[in-house]
Design a protein around this ligand. Structure first.
Ligand SMILES: Nc1ncnc2c1ncn2[C@@H]1O[C@H](COP(=O)(O)OP(=O)(O)OP(=O)(O)O)[C@@H](O)[C@H]1O
Ligand SMILES: [Mg+2]
Length: 293
């Protein structure tokens, strides 16, 4: 990114503390500073509880930070959350679709909610349904969809408003290999069409396959940043396999910071997954989705 270019997303010394009843506040994010350049796929990688969803929620204004700022295309989310949301398409970790409505109804409702002009609604809904390969199932109740189909529909919903910046929070969690391939294909297409994608993931393979740049979070702290090749060169295989140094039952602590060789695979660390087969069908895309009212 050239120095004069405005980042698509900019985290500046971002801090998030959650109060707890009988102990000190939980620090979910500690001075996170990151720039995501326009037109790139940026991967935010980290184990459970490392702060990925918290970062996304701060980015869309669903949470208010306890320090620092987040800017989307130069706009501070605290100054103008509406303008920020207009620029964002978000697929949240929980898809928050209306199970009793069909795909078509979910998308039409969302289009109305987000001010897509009436004359364009039908065309846009059709486009995104085609994009995610759900056109034939458009009339079916979403509650009857498989997990992967729901993920794809959430992506379609996020793309309805044609956002410049697409945020995907663990888009392929629990998704089968085929649907994952389709989602990856869509993510690549968003970027090749000039969009910016911020993708959070637990999967090392996913981050390496998709991201132009990667940041690794652990316990709310940024521990490494670079291109997948740079990180591989710098961190080697320990990047994937090292067990965390801070014992914390039930959590993963991520790797790279320590870099000690010979560690065993940790269920908490970013996981490696077999890459999907060469992408088949097409998939859909996302939008800022506050969930059902
Ligand atoms: N609303 C909340 N209140 C209290 N603590 C929270 C809240 N939201 C998140 N946390 C805590 O903040 C930390 C970071 O959580 P976050 O959901 O951002 O992790 P994550 O990286 O998205 O994890 P996962 O991979 O499991 O989705 C965790 O310790 C979590 O318990
Ligand atoms: Mg999360």
């Amino acid at each position: 990114m050239s120095p004069s270019e405005t980042p698509a997303i900019s985290f500046r010394e971002l801090r998030m503390e959650f109060p707890r009843r009988r102990s000190r506040p939980l620090v979910a994010l500690e001075a996170l500073t990151l720039d995501v350049a326009p037109g790139q796929v940026f991967g935010l990688l980290g184990p459970n509880g490392s702060g990925k969803t918290t970062s996304v929620n701060l980015l869309c204004g669903l949470l208010r930070s306890t320090g620092g700022t987040v800017l989307v295309e130069g706009i501070d989310v605290r100054d103008d959350v509406t303008a920020v949301r207009e620029r964002l398409g978000v697929v949240p970790q929980e898809t928050a679709l209306y199970n009793d409505l069909s795909a078509d109804e979910n998308l039409t409702f969302h289009a109305r909610l987000y001010g897509v002009p009436r004359a364009q609604r039908r065309t846009r809904v059709n486009e995104v349904l085609e994009l995610v390969g759900l056109a034939e199932r458009r009339g079916d109740r979403v509650g009857t969809y498989s997990g992967g189909m729901q993920r794809r529909l959430a992506l379609a919903r996020a793309l309805l408003t044609q956002p410049g910046v697409v945020v995907l929070d663990e888009p392929t969690l629990g998704v089968d290999v085929q649907s994952r391939a389709a989602l990856w294909e869509r993510v690549r297409r968003i970027a090749s069409d000039g969009g910016t994608v911020l993708l959070t993931t637990n999967y090392m393979e996913e981050a390496q396959a998709l991201a132009d740049n990667l940041a690794i979070l652990d316990h709310g702290t940024l521990i490494a940043e670079g291109t997948p090749d740079e990180l591989r060169g710098r961190l080697g295989r320990t990047f994937i396999d090292v067990r965390g140094s801070r014992p914390d039952p039930g959590w993963s602590s991520c790797p790279a910071s320590r870099g000690s060789p010979g560690a065993t695979a940790s269920p908490q660390c970013p996981r490696t997954e077999p890459p999907p087969p060469s992408a088949p069908s097409s998939t859909g895309s996302p939008s800022t989705t506050p969930g059902p009212p």
